[in-house]
Ligand binder design. Structure first.
Ligand code: FPP
Length: 250
């Protein structure tokens, strides 16, 4: 467990979201099949989850499989689905011990039934965890979630419900995982050197601080995460307002 370095000024629910990119390149560079990269990526997932609470992270959302990833070769997709199921089976006890609540966001209906069952079991068994809320995005598309939430908002508005941002966020929570919405993302990290959002948490990241790091996901360590958070704490978040110094010099 990493030494605690979080600061009193952090949001009480510091939400970090990660696009875990680079597994394929990591494997190819070693002459290995792509699935070996995903297996190495699963080890990084465990490292980052272990480090997160000590770094002040209360919510961690990991992009594990996008709705566009179904376009990948069948063998790669089935290997990933098996890896997710095995990961949940092997990590649930550890999550319970460490107070990690696991939720999965995204569509469930296209996932293999054994994976759907594993997700429900893990969500149920880890429900009481209060140290970290781990959200795994699987068959997830932010645009699809926004579209679904817009439909629900429209129906509710027709019955006299609110059309506010807060109401929309609640419908988005419903559309993404059928429960309360997570707070906005504070820190969004993408590993692997590319600089794009790839349909991940578009509404929730409106004021996220973005970090594009060159390390491939299997090489990403708790030290890299700590470095990102140190840089995050040096940034001034203004949410569209003016710097504090400009307010006090008026
Ligand atoms: C993107 O890298 C990664 C994925 C589509 C899969 C992410 C899966 C894991 C990290 C495995 C473990 C996850 C859990 C939750 C147990 P890529 O394959 O597109 O890499 P490339 O850009 O180098 O090809």
């Amino acid at each position: 467990m990493i030494k605690s370095t979080f600061e009193e000024t952090d949001p009480p629910t510091l939400h970090v979201a990660i696009i875990m990119d680079g597994n394929g390149r990591w494997a190819t560079a070693r002459g290995l099949p792509r699935h070996a990269g995903h297996q190495a990526g699963a080890r990084s997932v465990r490292r980052v989850i272990e480090a997160a609470p000590g770094l002040g992270i209360r919510i961690l959302t990991l992009f594990a499989f996008s709705s566009d990833n179904w376009k990948r070769p069948v063998l790669e997709v089935s290997t990933l689905m098996r890896l997710f199921r095995m990961y949940l089976a092997s990590e649930t006890e550890r999550c319970i011990r460490n107070g990690v609540r696991v939720s999965v966001i995204g569509r469930r209906d296209r996932l293999p039934i054994p994976l759907q069952e594993a997700i429900s079991r893990t969500e149920e068994r880890t429900r009481a965890g209060e140290t970290l809320h781990l959200r795994l995005a699987v068959d997830y598309s932010s645009r699809d979630a926004i579209l679904a939430a817009a439909g629900r908002l429209e129906k509710a508005a027709a019955r006299g419900g609110d059309s506010t941002r807060e109401a929309f966020s609640r419908w988005l929570g419903e559309a993404e995982h059928g429960s309360a919405p997570a707070p906005d993302v504070d820190v969004l990290i993408r590993t692997g050197g590319e600089q794009r959002l790839s349909d991940f948490l578009l509404w929730e990241s409106a004021y996220a601080e973005l970090f594009f790091v060159k390390e491939l996901w299997p090489d990403f360590t708790s030290g890299h995460l700590q470095a990102v958070l140190e840089e995050f704490r040096r940034r001034e978040r203004r949410f569209g307002a003016v710097p504090q110094a400009a307010v006090s010099s008026r």
